[in-house]
Design a protein around this ligand. Structure first.
Ligand code: C2E
Ligand code: CA
Ligand code: CA
Length: 557
């Protein structure tokens, strides 16, 4: 063993030996960006070094330390893996590698090399930062949320404490993005990040999960503040946001779930908070809602419907069935077409009407696949009926707003329709009037794109939304479908009658036809006929029925 005071001093004990290969090899070694020394451990002599003026200081220091620690080690074990060294003087990090080799005189020596890993280390800390942070808002991201939530759950279980997960979804972010542009959308997300972080008890516990979804964890230490936190979040969203140069209102819906009481798994809790948020949305948005748990509860039901619907969609939509409801011309009293309406014949849940699953399908985005399935089925059916019974018979298909907001919606729908071989002029696509009215240019483009292939476009549920007559005039609708609510009392209510008459007159001016939905009685039908509505749809003729029944009742003869 080497005694104290007898330690290696590299700077003094350098001793140049000529290598075979000579100066060329030395030149190469001097420029490889690593420090290299060959050290005779036995005689504590440095046999070779490659230091240049630029790298010498730090490399000499760390290599000197490395040799010293090796020489000081009783067993003189050569580390198999690189050893990390921090040079405090320069603030640089080094990897030191050791390997044994046979020197020119056949003596066993140690080759020690040092490479500067500071940059790599900095990058990896930066990567670690990026992996856990949302670059736009500077909040933590989903990954970090899952890590932190796991820890918080464990803590509450161990110490018999409680915590909560808050799931926040903005109510009208899409409108802001679409109408004001992405700069404003980004600015809004940043502002919200700042506001959330500023709420007492939430600092360092806020996460952006993606898009316009945020999560906050109320940790056990802050659980006593829960009520206050909820109030403060609501408060933050009830004021306008100052973005760039304007004031923008953007509210949120929030779901709250408590742990470990309502769940001990990270994903389960996030899902339940999301469900509670969804109920807040359904209850009218701009509010928060606690997750409630009891068997047969709506939340359970929603989870059940959701997982079954996902499976049904993955199973190529086999459980979905398309029904058809006749549309009758008031001029000829004949059925000239029909509307296709989807049903879900779920093995697990039974028969489901669209009102029970379409809103959820839209929320989950599954409506895109379901809608494609309905469109294709209806087009194939229409073609078959055109080929067999009536070449002008037409079929209406509903398009959800969610489908229309997809990228490349026009070419996507075109491909499906043309792929079935149906004559596009026999297909009418129904678009509800609740389409983002702000985004009229986009809607205009989509409608004209779709019409280019020859399909007709109907404005569905007219009268239920906010659209003004001006809106209708700007868009090139072929058909306006007046909602059932304007027919229910039409025999006794003068306003309803006047409304239908006005729409019929307006439609004639803009060259669109009027179809009135929800007609249940003969008297209603006769009145609408006298008002010159072009066509009628309703239980008076038939409820929606399966294709075989439809064919038998309305197409044979
Ligand atoms: P909608 O497009 O307004 O369809 C008309 C709804 O009114 C149908 O309900 C139909 O059965 C019902 N209806 C028709 N005549 C009468 C009547 O005389 N009295 C009464 N009480 N109701 C009548 P359904 O089939 O339950 O569909 C409900 C909604 O679900 C549809 O409203 C539509 O918004 C949506 N939907 C149905 N199928 C699809 C689809 O394939 N895709 C999309 N995106 N939405 C669909
Ligand atoms: Ca419809
Ligand atoms: Ca309708």
């Amino acid at each position: 063993m080497l005694s104290e005071g007898n330690h290696v001093n590299l700077t003094e004990s350098f001793h140049d030996v000529s290598l075979s290969g000579g100066s060329i090899l030395k030149e190469i070694l001097a420029n490889i960006g690593s420090g290299v020394v060959v050290f005779d451990l036995e005689r504590r002599r440095v046999l070779f070094k490659n230091f240049t003026a630029e790298n010498s200081e730090e490399h000499i220091r760390v290599l000197s330390d490395a040799m010293k620690s090796l020489a000081d080690d009783e067993e003189q074990l050569i580390p198999k893996r690189p050893v990390e060294f921090f040079d405090a003087e320069s603030g640089l990090w080094f990897d030191i590698k050791f390997s044994r080799l046979q020197w020119t005189d056949d003596e066993e020596v140690v080759l020690i090399s040092s490479s500067d890993t500071t940059l790599k280390k900095k990058n990896s800390t930066r990567n670690a930062f990026q992996a856990q942070n949302d670059f736009l808002t500077g909040l933590f991201n989903r990954m970090k949320c899952e890590i932190d939530l796991k820890k918080a759950i464990e803590q509450t279980e161990k110490n018999k404490q409680a915590g909560a997960v808050l799931f926040i979804d903005l109510d009208n972010f899409k409108n802001i993005n679409d109408s004001l542009g992405h700069d404003y959308g980004d600015a809004l997300l940043k502002e919200i990040g700042i506001a959330l972080q500023g709420i007492m008890g939430l600092r360092q516990h806020c996460y952006r999960m993606g898009g316009d979804e945020f999560v906050a964890i109320v940790t056990p230490e802050n659980y006593g503040l829960l009520k206050k936190i909820l109030t403060n979040i609501s408060f933050a969203f009830n004021k306008p946001w100052f973005l760039l140069d304007s004031e923008v209102y953007c509210t949120m819906s929030m779901g709250v779930v408590k742990f470990p009481e309502q769940g001990k798994e990270v994903n389960e809790l996030i899902k339940k908070a999301d469900i509670a948020m969804y109920h807040a949305k359904k209850a009218g948005k701009n509010r928060y809602n606690f997750y409630r748990e009891s068997k047969g509860d709506v939340s359970y039901r929603r989870l059940e419907v959701e997982s079954n619907m996902r499976q049904a969609v993955e199973g190529s939509c086999e459980e979905f069935v398309v029904f058809y409801q006749p549309i009758v011309s008031t001029r000829t009293n004949r059925c000239t077409g029909c509307e296709s309406l989807v049903r879900w014949n779920s093995k697990a849940l039974g028969f489901m009407a669209p009102g029970d699953f379409i809103p959820l399908a839209e929320y989950l985005g599954l409506i895109v696949d379901i809608g494609d399935f309905v469109l294709e089925t209806a087009c194939l059916q229409c073609k078959e009926w055109n080929d067999t019974f009536d070449k002008n018979f037409s079929v209406n298909v509903n398009l959800s707003v969610v489908q229309l907001l997809q990228q490349n919606v026009v070419s996507h729908i075109k491909n499906i329709i043309l792929g079935t071989g149906v004559n596009p002029k026999n297909i009418t696509l129904e678009i509800t009037e609740n389409l983002a009215i702000n985004d009229i240019d986009r809607v205009k483009n989509i409608i004209s794109g779709l019409k280019e292939m020859g399909v007709k476009i109907a404005l569905d549920d007219f009268g239920t939304g906010y659209s003004s007559l001006n809106y209708i005039k700007q868009l090139d609708f072929d058909i306006i479908k007046i909602d059932k609510s304007f027919v229910d009392e039409i025999l006794t209510d003068d306003y309803e009658k006047a409304f239908v008459k006005m729409i019929v007159d307006l439609s004639q001016q803009i060259g669109a036809k009027v179809c009135v939905e929800g007609v249940e009685e003969e008297a209603q039908y006769l009145l609408l006929q006298s008002l010159h509505a072009d066509s009628i749809q309703g239980y008076y003729f038939s409820k929606p029925v399966p294709s075989i029944e439809f064919e038998r009742k309305f197409l044979h003869g």
